[in-house]
Design a protein around this ligand. Structure first.
Ligand SMILES: [Zn+2]
Length: 417
């Protein structure tokens, strides 16, 4: 086949993609240059309306499912084939940036616009998806609508998630006009790709344009309570103390050590701690804290788990503390589809972009979609690795490069279904 047939000679319009990103960023723009567009608010509706309008202008058929997930479809030569999908989310964190999620949605639209410019017909249809409430900021948990789509949660659970005012996702979807009638899930994709900013510092540090995402880290979250004995900070001799904060401090240090012992991929964090009674002249009687472990290899994650448990027990024993240790969440590592990962790799190679394999440290809709469709992701660098922050930034050249890789990966799968 010639390059014109395979589409290897096609390039997206980086300028148009950038302009669309900046246009979308006006909806919910914050003073510091970021975006606050929480799921299912009026601003989310505005963002969705803008996207849907653009898709219709591009000749797409738009449909919405009962979780508010939007599917914009460009037909192919053989519409009995499952589409090759791409997409991400339009909702943001309260102090979010212009790229997290939106990039993955508008890169998909840019792929469609590019194919339209050139009257290029793919064999299988192409579809761009907006997943509802990825951030989990207004309605917990995160990635809830892609989760329902993938059968991780049931629909009833998804629609009854509440915000702090007690409003449910179901009510808010109706209010903003995005409670669609399509059933959630069951929709087949021949392949699914998601472009996203890395949200970490690795690509920038390694001077690579494209991250070939192999999968996502597994996670284990714990809640730990250490109980000792409150006592007066003056009259109680050092040797007689049951200081819960001392135990917690040692364990924080051990958590860090476990993380360092399992490099290059392990992450180990204590991010929340409550000391009781939290009084300067009372020995702390009780400490509650959390542990967040992440690793792409499940066996290693299990070893980290075992080590945490034995270490916590040892420390509690040494100081005479009672220990409660509960794993409150487990999310297994995700390995993306080998063919889809290879399509991303080939795309980066064809275009001559510096690239490297990378593991996603964050959760993404694609982590759930990977359960029901062959899936992979494309990462591009973001400035200083900063995301979930109003200063989140990315270089126009990198944004365009990621979209070109997406185009190549989608074409390779849509033309050889
Ligand atoms: Zn995101």
């Amino acid at each position: 086949m010639s390059d014109a047939t395979t589409g290897k000679n096609l390039r997206i319009n980086g300028e148009r993609l950038w302009q669309s990103l900046m246009e979308m960023a006006k909806i919910g723009a914050t003073e510091k240059g970021g975006v606050c567009r929480l799921a299912l608010t009026d601003l989310d509706r505005e963002g969705r309306d803008l996207f849907v309008g653009w898709c219709k202008e591009a000749g797409c058929t738009v449909s919405v499912d009962r979780m508010g997930n939007i599917f914009a479809r460009r037909p192919g030569r053989d519409n009995s084939l499952p589409p090759v999908g791409t997409g991400s989310h339009l909702d943001s964190q309260p102090t979010g940036g212009k790229f997290d999620g939106v990039y993955g949605v508008l890169a998909g639209l840019e792929v469609i616009r590019t194919l339209n410019d050139l009257n290029y017909e793919t064999t299988a249809p192409i579809e761009v998806v907006v997943w509802t409430n990825e951030e989990g900021s207004r309605f917990a948990p995160a990635m809830v609508a892609s989760g329902v789509f993938a059968g991780v949660f049931d629909e009833e659970y998804g629609l009854t998630r509440k915000d702090l005012d007690g409003k449910t996702m179901g009510e808010e979807l109706k209010r903003i006009g995005y409670a669609g009638d399509l059933p959630v899930g069951g929709r087949k994709f021949g392949a699914f790709f998601e472009t996203h900013i890395e949200q970490g510092p690795i690509l920038e540090a390694e001077k690579k344009t494209i991250g070939i995402v192999q999968g996502a880290q597994g996670q284990r979250w714990y809640e730990i309570t250490l109980v000792g004995q409150e006592a007066h900070a003056g009259p109680t001799p050092m040797r007689r103390r049951k200081d819960a904060l001392l135990g917690a401090s040692r364990l924080v240090h051990e958590v860090n050590r476990i993380g360092l012992a399992n490099q290059p991929y392990a992450c180990a964090t204590v991010g929340l701690m409550q000391v009781s009674p939290n009084s300067r002249n009372t020995i702390p009687g009780k400490v509650f804290f959390t542990v967040d472990f992440r690793h792409p290899d499940d066996a290693t994650l299990s070893r980290m788990d075992a080590e945490l448990r034995t270490t916590a027990q040892r420390i509690a024993g040494e100081i005479g503390l009672q220990l409660q240790l509960e794993q409150i969440w487990y999310s297994p590592p995700v390995a993306f589809d080998k063919k889809c990962v290879a399509a991303v790799q080939d795309g980066a190679q064809t275009l001559g972009y510096e690239n490297m394999p990378i593991i996603s440290g964050a959760g993404h809709d694609s982590c759930y979609i990977a359960r029901v469709a062959p899936t992979a992701m494309v990462f591009v660098p973001c400035e200083d690795g900063i995301s979930h922050n109003e200063v989140e930034n990315a270089a126009p050249g990198d944004i365009a490069a990621g979209c070109n890789v997406l185009l190549q990966a989608m074409l390779s799968r849509a033309n050889a279904p």
